[in-house]
Design a protein around this ligand. Structure first.
Ligand SMILES: Cc1ncc(COP(=O)(O)O)c(C=O)c1O
Length: 394
């Protein structure tokens, strides 16, 4: 592990190469959250009923500066899945309307799209190839699947199975020119890529703070462009729906309180931004660049060990990278993605945590690596030899 790993509470006996799935929160940020929790429990009414609004505003202000967003356009949600569902459940769709996405979209979010099929809405899935050689292939696939009936496109900023950065500015602009709004699933983007949500101009953008920003679990946001805020309602209706207050938007009043919960994960986001930004002399830009070059190096090591060509150009990658593996020939496994036999062997025989997936558009299985501050190059070399052994290439 890298020298910076001392800041994390990760099991030192495991090469943890799957930051992408759930993130990992460093000790000082967990401590800051612990202090907030202690304060909450010392006087719950003072904290939740009187102080919370101001505390949320402070956290949202810091997050807004980090994301290039006006804090008034940001709602805190527990995770990106909730952000996606909030938008999809709010849209007034008619039978025959179409919702567009790609075959790289996260399964949970594709399910949220499909829920609207019961109302006669059609979900159209554009096939983006993988391996691929240029961002233009993403643009061509998405635009070719858009029709006059498309009401919304759900597009990933960084795709989950394949780790690709989609060319969002061009996609959002070209879809908008055809009257189509975009909901960006930016689950992986905050902390992996520099963001300017105001400039990006998507109607809706949701992102996690508990992944690459390393905030505690349950910290995420939904950014809604001002002209679309009226139509967005939370999944849970609470006091905000009939609040007489005029000093805050309905969007904020409704989404800021959806019932009693522990808000300390979101309130710890400023600490996560400051702490991660203090790890390297060059701050956040240096951390993002370090993680990206480590992911690229890790991918090179794997491609070389497995004898496969790089499946995507480096320009389309951040700190996640996927590499195709030989065909999967084993028995179907019934316990779900976390129990893929190869993934299990990596963990149980080699003490390496890295996800193995079957990407639907590709006949083969793939392995995805993550690179965060606590990772180091030797860990990818260990993964490469473990794969060679398990796949009997050695
Ligand atoms: C692209 C993408 N979208 C959404 C999610 C869901 O994130 P969460 O479980 O925090 O809602 C993930 C999680 O890995 C993801 O990769």
């Amino acid at each position: 592990m890298a020298e910076l790993a001392r800041h994390w509470t990760l099991d030192p006996g495991i090469d943890f190469l799957n930051h992408g799935s759930f993130g990992a929160c460093p000790r000082p940020v967990l401590e800051a959250q612990g202090e907030l929790r202690a304060r909450l429990e010392r006087q719950p009414v003072q904290f939740l009923a009187r102080d919370l609004e101001g505390l949320l505003d402070e956290a949202r202000g810091a997050l807004g500066r980090f994301l290039g967003a006006d804090p008034d356009d940001l709602a805190c949600v527990p995770n990106a899945t909730t952000g996606v569902n909030t938008v999809l459940r709010s849209l007034p769709l008619q039978p025959g309307d179409e919702l567009l996405t790609t075959n790289h979209a996260y399964n949970a979010c594709q399910n949220a799209l499909r829920l609207r099929e019961s109302a006669g809405v059609k979900v159209v899935v554009a096939t983006v190839p993988w391996p691929l050689s240029s961002p233009g292939q993403v643009i061509d696939a998405v635009l070719a699947a858009a029709t006059a009936r498309t009401k919304l496109a759900l597009l990933d900023h960084v795709t989950s199975p394949t780790g690709l950065i989609f060319p969002l500015p061009e996609l959002i602009g070209r879809l908008a020119a055809r009257g189509i709004d975009t909901l960006v699933d930016g689950a992986h983007a905050p902390g992996m890529l520099p963001l300017d949500l105001r400039g990006l101009g998507a109607a809706y953008y949701t992102g996690n703070c508990h992944k690459w920003l390393c905030a505690p679990k349950g910290a995420a946001f939904l950014h809604v462009r001002r002209d679309r805020q009226q139509g967005i309602r939370p999944l849970t209706i609470s006091h905000g729906a009939n609040a007489p207050r005029k000093d805050r938007s309905r969007f904020r009043l409704e989404l800021d309180w959806t019932g009693t919960d522990d808000p300390t994960a979101f309130l710890s986001v400023p600490e996560a931004i400051d702490f991660l930004g203090s790890l390297l002399p060059g701050g956040w830009p240096a951390l993002m660049a370090r993680n990206r070059s480590l992911a690229l190096r890790g991918r090179q090591i794997l491609c070389q060990a497995l004898g496969v060509p790089a499946p995507a150009p480096e320009s389309m990658l951040g700190s996640l990278a996927s590499v195709p593996l030989p065909d999967f020939t084993g028995e179907p496994w019934s316990k779900g993605v976390w129990w893929h036999p190869l993934q299990r062997a990596l963990l149980e025989e080699h003490r390496i945590e890295a996800p193995v997936m079957i990407f639907p558009a590709h006949p083969r299985q793939l392995i995805r690596i993550s690179a965060q501050a606590y990772n180091s190059e030797e860990q990818y070399a260990r993964l490469a030899s473990a794969l060679r052994a398990e796949l009997q290439l050695a």
